[in-house]
Write a protein that binds this ligand. Structure first.
Ligand code: COI
Length: 431
């Protein structure tokens, strides 16, 4: 990384001016405000990320998908590799029409930055590969880990776009604070995801046939033994070309079963945080549901076992006439970016949208139910089974009309088929 001593010196100067010292390592250096200031003082931190791994003598490592596959980087001169680290366009092996949601088509370049109180954030692009950490890494012992999900897509305007990336940054920063990790500065987060998209542009599927799913991770990777925050952190953004989340296909309704024994989150817990630790506990119930032929599980509130919370991997909505309802954000439900966007889109289309507790009994009587999330987009719910009773919504195998309308409204906006009066679509490149 090219941010040299002068950057660090600038940071120290900046931080010592506003030293709000606490026991947290990043706060010792003046908190987020100071990190933002640092980024302004040190544009090299973000402008020349690839130089971090380059030897000084004007030779850089340039990675092609073939060499990456062989895990052996080829060497070439700087003039051969005029741009920062960039994946080759060798995606001929990918059948864009049969993309699922998995790691089969992981993009070859990832972004990685590390944080310590002494050096701030340092990082850049590098080949997708293992993260080195000690067995004593905090994340492996005590689980300091939050993640995000985002999608880059080719739009009707011939460019690659992201959808509301700042919202994901805000959510990761909130999650970081909840788990006592240093919130990555907004600029760093946005640069991390946009540079990962640009570098892997060839892995963004053709329009309408999938997307490049981005998985930002923030991990406490520094070593520790007693319970406490890590002394060092890693921000990673890796990516994969993906299609539908549920195996049955994007518009095929899914079957859900209400989970009656376990809860996903409790008041005062961290259900509203996109923490890795929220996702493994749901596997037991999800896998059991899948064995019985359901696609996923819907959870009820931990206090009364009465109200819908969310599905393992996404938020949930009900539709009754022109009223759309979704559970309110009171700390136990993930504040989905797609959820928030659908609320605003539906209101703009004249629907009444209520963020209210939804008794499972009411959901069983609704006209339609759908789920939302970055990975699932909008997914029709074909049935919910609760206490042995199965309620079928709409026509078998087809999405109901409001669900379909909301799916089309969202995806048309995301793919720039429709105007974007909200300013949610962020162009990344015409590449
Ligand atoms: C997403 O929707 O992007 C998520 O991160 C959910 C995950 C379970 C796939």
């Amino acid at each position: 990384m090219q941010s040299g001593l002068s950057d660090r010196a600038a940071t120290r100067q900046c931080c010592s001016a506003s030293s709000t010292h606490t026991e947290h390592p990043w706060r010792r250096h003046g908190a987020t405000h100071c990190l933002l200031h640092r980024l302004q003082l040190a544009p090299s931190l973000l402008k020349a990320p690839v130089a971090r791994r380059a030897p000084k003598a004007a030779r850089v490592q340039f990675y092609t998908s073939a060499t990456l596959a062989a895990e052996r980087p080829s060497e070439t001169t700087a003039s051969d590799a005029a741009s920062p680290l960039k994946a080759s366009d060798a995606t001929g092996h990918i059948n864009w029409d049969s993309l699922g949601f998995g790691v089969e088509h992981i993009a070859p370049i990832m972004f990685r930055a590390t944080y310590t109180a002494e050096d701030g954030w340092q990082g850049g692009l590098e080949p997708y590969g293992p993260l080195e950490m000690l067995p004593s890494a905090q994340v492996l012992n005590y689980g300091q880990s939050v993640f995000e999900g985002m999608k880059a897509q080719r739009s009707a305007r011939g460019r690659i776009v992201l959808f509301r990336p700042e919202e994901n940054a805000v959510r990761m920063r909130a999650g970081a604070a909840r788990l006592s990790m240093p919130p990555p500065p907004m600029e760093l987060y946005v640069e991390a995801v946009t540079s990962a998209v640009r570098a892997n542009a060839a892995w963004v599927p053709p329009r309408g046939r999938g997307s490049l799913y981005l998985r930002p991770l923030l991990l406490g990777t520094g070593p520790i033994l007693g319970l406490g925050p890590a002394p060092a952190y890693t921000l990673v953004v890796y990516a994969a070309a993906v299609g539908c989340y549920f195996k049955c296909g994007q518009l095929t309704p899914i079957d859900l079963i209400v989970e009656e024994r376990f809860h996903r989150a409790a008041p005062g817990g961290m259900g509203g945080t996109k923490a890795a630790g929220n996702y493994s506990p749901v596997l037991m119930t999800q896998l059991a549901a899948k064995e019985q032929g359901y696609n996923d599980v819907v959870y009820l509130d931990a206090k009364t076992d009465t109200y819908l919370e969310e599905v393992s991997s996404c938020n949930i909505f009900t539709v009754t006439g022109r009223t759309i309802r979704t559970p309110p954000l009171e700390g136990t439900i993930l504040p989905g970016v797609t959820r928030r966007s659908l609320i605003e889109l539906a209101r703009a289309r004249g629907y009444t949208v209520e963020e209210v507790p939804i008794p499972v009994a009411d959901a069983m009587e609704a006209d339609e139910v759908f789920t939302s999330g970055t990975a699932v987009v909008v997914s029709a719910v074909g049935s919910i089974t609760y206490q042995g009773r199965r309620r079928q919504y709409g026509e078998l195998g087809r999405p109901s009309p409001v669900t379909l309308e909301m799916y089309e409204a969202l995806t048309s906006l995301q793919q720039e088929l429709d105007d974007d009066p909200f300013g949610w679509v962020v162009p990344v490149c015409e590449c």
